[in-house]
Design a protein around this ligand. Structure first.
Ligand SMILES: [Zn+2]
Length: 294
């Protein structure tokens, strides 16, 4: 079997308004990447500035963050030229990015500038953030930033040109080197087929229709905290803070509580989150709003 090569890509972009689509677009202004072999030895690096075509001037925030100037960007190539050169440079390597936001931004830019629904240089993808998080035993729901991961792995960010594409891709590589396991990394390879793009671009929605056939009757049933018996709903369901709530009482214990249920429609299917908010008997005041968790 031929040796695998990996390319870790990082992008910088500038959020700008497009009159053509009458909306905001994250216009990519820099590519930075490092190519490594199966033992994670560096084979080559790639760096390119992209001349903006939508936002002629980059925002002060991005200028401060990246220290890229408008004059430097003037000397860059257009997005289509950079992607075509990058594709040649990549060869058939497996692409890695820190989290999927770089992929989403690439999809957005490829659509906008090339009229293409696909990223021309993407064949196989690995979400490096998801991999490192798994190796670190971190909670999968929360997305860990690159700086946080580097700190946890005892890597000093000072040696890297932070918030520049190449610097961040090299820092990502250093993180990968600390937690590298070839089999486990290979298990996270995703083929960039139609299903991949559907999954990537799927927008999670809050379901706000109690008549939806996706909701099972059991989702709306609550049990008493005290005795475990099914509680009786004594009021209508009310939509509040993107979740439904209703007052329930237990006939045996004569206690009341709010039953709260939230329906999130994700690519994988309907996620149901239920919680119980006690109502203290001495006060009829409504319960405190809880902080929304993601
Ligand atoms: Zn009870």
């Amino acid at each position: 079997m031929p040796e695998k090569t990996y390319v870790i890509l990082d992008l910088e972009w500038n959020g700008t308004y497009s009159r053509r689509i009458k909306g905001f677009i994250n216009e990519i202004i820099e590519f930075g990447a490092v190519k490594v072999d199966e033992s994670l030895n560096i084979l080559d690096t790639y760096e390119a500035l992209v001349r903006p075509q939508v936002g002629k001037k980059i925002s002060g925030k991005i200028r401060t963050l990246t220290s890229i100037t408008n004059e430097e960007l003037e000397g860059g190539l257009q997005f289509m030229q950079v992607t075509s050169r990058f594709r040649k440079w990549m060869g058939g390597a497996i692409l890695l990015t820190w989290g999927t936001s770089d992929i989403l931004t690439l999809i957005e830019n490829c659509r906008y500038f090339c009229g293409s629904q696909r990223i021309p240089f993407l064949e196989t993808y690995i979400d490096l953030q998801a991999y490192c998080q798994q190796q670190l035993g971190a909670e999968p729901g929360k997305q860990m930033g690159l700086t946080t991961a580097a700190e946890l792995l005892g890597i000093s960010g000072d040696d890297f040109d932070h918030h520049r594409a190449l610097g961040d891709s090299l820092l990502s590589l250093r993180c990968l080197q600390r937690v590298y396991n070839p089999e486990r990394l290979a298990a996270m390879e995703q083929t960039a087929d139609d299903e991949f793009y559907r999954r990537m671009t799927f927008k999670t929605m809050i379901l706000c229709d109690l008549n939806s056939p996706l909701i099972r009757p059991g989702d709306m049933v609550f049990h008493c905290d005290g005795c475990g018996r099914p509680a009786q709903r004594v009021g209508d369901w009310q939509l509040k803070n993107k979740s439904y709530r209703a007052i329930f009482t237990c006939r045996s214990c004569h206690s009341s509580f709010y039953g709260r249920v939230q329906f999130k429609l994700k690519y994988e299917g309907l996620m149901v989150k239920k919680s119980v908010i006690p109502i203290r008997p001495e006060s009829a005041a409504p319960p405190q709003e809880e902080k929304e968790e993601e």
